[in-house]
Design a protein around this ligand. Structure first.
Ligand code: BGC
Length: 772
């Protein structure tokens, strides 16, 4: 097969059941989903002792030469895809020679079977290959991008999306996904913000667990479960200036309080593997960090899986200025705790020499080999190396109607209604002619976003136009004009305006489908501006001048700066890149067949100049509230408010929810004692709907300064029109823990504030005290 680029596949391949039902969710209020992560699935079950496995692997390792061992530590890409340099073109030769233990970017039952045969029929010890792939938000059936899924605040839906991804990927020979990406991301300039769960530590940690459960299920020996990878360990999201691969320079406290917790959550949930990051931490590249890989991950957290590098990150320790050559880089990585070298061929080409020179301990190499062989064993590959490569299962599994329906449902749940002036949405029955205008209105390739695995970008995705047409009420006409381009170089190009404006003039309502080209987010896709690229802003302004209602449907992988739109258009929907079924999902919302329930997992700045901006900032010694409006010597900008355009946790519904004041069952708690905070939420609007009820706290005085708010709980509840429900949260001092001044982890006695509300910027307040 000729080399093809990531996210494009020439394969046109067209039964295993998901645990639980895949029946489509009701179009209005869904049953209550809670933030509880006490699901029955135990994705850490693989950690149980297995004496038979221990004996098998010990016997095997006795037979292995050093070269065969370093082979097991080597992961190479097939020639189907790559995202960086390819160090060796001879991967098939390398497999046959026993120099490779794992392959990535190879899928389909046929191809993985062909490669597996090279290993198990061609090598002396017949050790099966492990096949990895970036199954990030779906494999063939593509769900919304990860940031979009996070906007659902629906852990069950997120887990189900990961489960379906695993079922599809495993049916095509994949044993291992390089997901979830659990990097906290607070800089929308960074293109990879699209791949994670957003800015928040608490939400991000729960989503990390849900995804690990979804991929790994409760039993790794089942052929429809795959290994998860928590990546990129650690703090990759803190790249300076939002520039990908850039330096990270954060305090140890920030590392512990913000960047590490989602990784700890993934490890606790049983993530079988961890991937290092490209960046440095405290001057040491992550792939050479003994602190991260050994002291924290293995010793402190008790991690028992294996660590793979990100791509050529061992090699990159040379340009980082941390190793003088590849051989030294390999030694540093191995000693730090790396087990598997992705794509760099450094271990393969240098480790034997390093061992001969006494620079690397063979016990460390053996530990790495053992951890990798154990995973192959637990997946059942020594029993049947082809058990994931089953063409009949593949045919019966991929793009199953139930999977597509689930993708549509998750997409609906992920869409966030940001503005809805005079309830212009859902579209009124009187909207008989709809103009869809903009570069994202009928673009199949964009719907599935970046990192879309084996997703077909050319024929399968349902565009917004197609979704609107398919769901149109009788007698409605829908027409499309592109109007403008989103490519950076097309600023000022107005050749499509006349056609678009003519269409707008003769229509009842305008749906402006705008945003970013799919490859403007993801890896190596940083921007210095968050504006709508190309000539979209000018087109939007021209559309607004027609006087027709304008509904902006945004599709992108990052918060865009849409302050003008917020002030001028009638409604705004953030649809992210909604996946294979995206057009149907957006149409469900526009036509009012689904009531939007998404909430932002990330702050939307007014302008890029406010970045980094997130809800859990510190108060500073000169908070803006201290001064009169416009006062000078307070922490503020001269030209822009401090507040974001849309805060974290924000999102509207077609109905409205009224919150009662918060009540606490006590005003003081001692360590270990529960505090119950309650609020009564009423659906006071015209239709059934879902609301994400959010709880935030503030620790008023600490041994180190504390954020102005921190999310500590949420519940997504469905309320019928007119229905009222009391929502209760229980907290203990464990929920109030942080890295104290002496670097110990725990809470501190003192006064706290607590809010329950519909976003990080609203809510009714209460106070309590934690005593000694
Ligand atoms: C990315 C990883 C990805 C790997 C394999 C790297 O460039 O940073 O997230 O898993 O490629 O495709």
């Amino acid at each position: 097969m000729p080399p093809i680029s990531r996210n494009l596949t020439s394969a046109t391949l067209a039964t295993l059941l998901v645990a639980g039902s895949l029946a489509p969710a009701p179009l209005t209020a869904a049953p209550a989903a809670t933030a509880s992560d006490k699901a029955p699935v135990d994705a850490a079950s693989w950690q149980r002792a297995d004496p038979a496995m221990d004996r098998f692997i010990a016997d095997l390792m006795v037979k292995m030469t050093l070269d065969e061992k370093t082979g097991q530590l080597t992961l190479l890409t097939s020639n189907w895809e790559s995202t960086g340099p390819t160090m060796r073109d001879s991967y098939k030769e390398d497999i046959r020679a026993g120099r490779v233990g794992a392959i990535f970017n190879a899928y389909t039952a046929k191809y993985t079977r062909e490669l597996q045969a090279l290993a198990v029929e061609g090598t002396r010890l017949k050790i099966p290959l492990l096949f990895g792939y970036d199954v990030i938000h779906g494999h063939r059936t593509i769900f919304p991008i990860s940031l979009g899924e996070a906007a659902s605040w629906d852990l069950q839906a997120i887990e189900k999306a990961a489960r379906i991804s695993a079922i599809e990927a495993s049916a095509e020979g994949i044993h291992w996904t390089f997901s979830p990406m659990v990097d906290i991301a607070r800089d929308p300039r960074w293109g990879r913000i699209s791949e994670g769960a957003g800015e928040d530590v608490y939400l991000g940690s729960l989503i990390a667990k849900a995804r690990v459960r979804g991929y790994q299920g409760g039993d790794l020996s089942r052929p429809d479960t795959i290994l998860a990878t928590a990546k990129h360990f650690a703090a990759y999201g803190a790249a300076q200036a939002g520039r990908d691969y850039h330096t990270v320079d954060i305090s140890e406290r920030t590392m512990r309080d913000v960047y590490l917790p989602p990784f700890k959550a993934a490890a606790d949930a049983g993530a079988a593997t961890f991937m290092t990051a490209f960046n440095e931490y405290d001057g040491v590249p992550a792939s050479g960090s003994h602190y991260l890989l050994t002291d924290v991950l293995r010793k402190k957290w008790g991690f028992k899986g294996f660590v793979v590098t990100d791509y050529t990150s061992i090699n990159e320790m040379v340009p980082h200025g941390y190793a003088k050559d590849l051989k030294q880089a390999g030694e540093q990585a191995m000693r730090a705790g790396v087990d598997m070298d992705m794509q760099g061929a450094v271990f393969m080409e240098n480790l034997a020499k390093s061992v001969a020179e006494g620079k690397v301990d063979t016990a460390r190499i053996d530990a790495a080999v053992k951890a990798i062989l154990e995973m192959k064993y637990r997946l059942g590959l020594f029993d049947d190396p082809y058990r994931y490569a089953d063409a009949a299962r593949e045919k019966a599994t991929i793009y199953k109607p139930a999977f597509l329906e689930a993708a549509r449902d998750v997409a609906r749940k992920s869409i966030v209604l940001l503005k809805n002036k005079d309830n212009v949405l859902p579209l009124a029955a009187s909207a008989k002619s709809i103009a869809v205008i903009g570069p994202l209105g009928n673009s199949k390739e964009d719907m599935i976003g970046s990192w879309s695995a084996a997703g077909d970008r050319r024929t399968r995705p349902v565009t917004l136009l197609e979704g609107l047409q398919a769901g149109a009420p009788k007698g409605t006409t829908i027409a499309y004009a592109k109007g403008a381009s989103y490519h950076f170089d097309d600023v000022g190009k107005t050749d499509g305006f006349a056609e678009a404006l003519a269409l707008a003039e003769k229509s009842d309502v305008i749906i402006a489908a705008m945003g970013e080209h799919w490859n403007m987010t993801g890896e190596a896709a940083s921007r210095t501006s968050l504006d709508l690229p190309g000539n979209q802003q000018a087109l939007l302004e021209a559309l607004e001048k027609t006087g027709k209602p304008v509904i902006l449907v945004l599709m992108s992988g990052r918060p865009n700066s849409i302050e003008w739109a917020d002030a001028n258009v009638d409604a705004i929907l953030e649809a992210w890149y909604p996946g294979t079924m995206g057009g149907h999902a957006i149409a469900d919302i526009l036509y009012g067949r689904y009531n939007p329930s998404g909430k932002l997992p990330v702050t939307f700045p007014r302008t890029v100049g406010q970045v980094p901006i997130h809800y859990d900032m510190k108060n500073t010694g000169r908070p803006i509230e201290l001064g009169a409006p416009g006062a000078k010597y307070v922490s503020r900008y001269l030209n822009t408010p401090n507040t974001p355009l849309y805060p974290f946790g924000y999102g509207l519904s077609y109905t409205s929810f009224t919150y009662s004041p918060v009540t606490l069952d006590r005003s003081k708690i001692r360590p270990g004692e529960p505090l119950t905070a309650s609020v009564t939420v009423t659906n006071s609007g015209p239709r059934d709907g879902e609301e994400v009820v959010q709880l935030y706290v503030r620790d008023l005085v600490g041994s180190v300064t504390r954020p102005v708010k921190e999310l500590k709980g949420f519940q997504k509840i469905g309320l019928k029109k007119g229905e009222t429900r009391t929502v209760r949260f229980t907290l203990t001092d464990a929920d109030l823990a942080f890295t104290r001044q002496d670097m110990s982890w725990g809470s501190e006695p003192g006064a706290f504030k607590l809010w329950i509300g519909p976003s990080s910027a609203e809510g009714s307040e209460a106070s309590f005290e934690l005593t000694e």
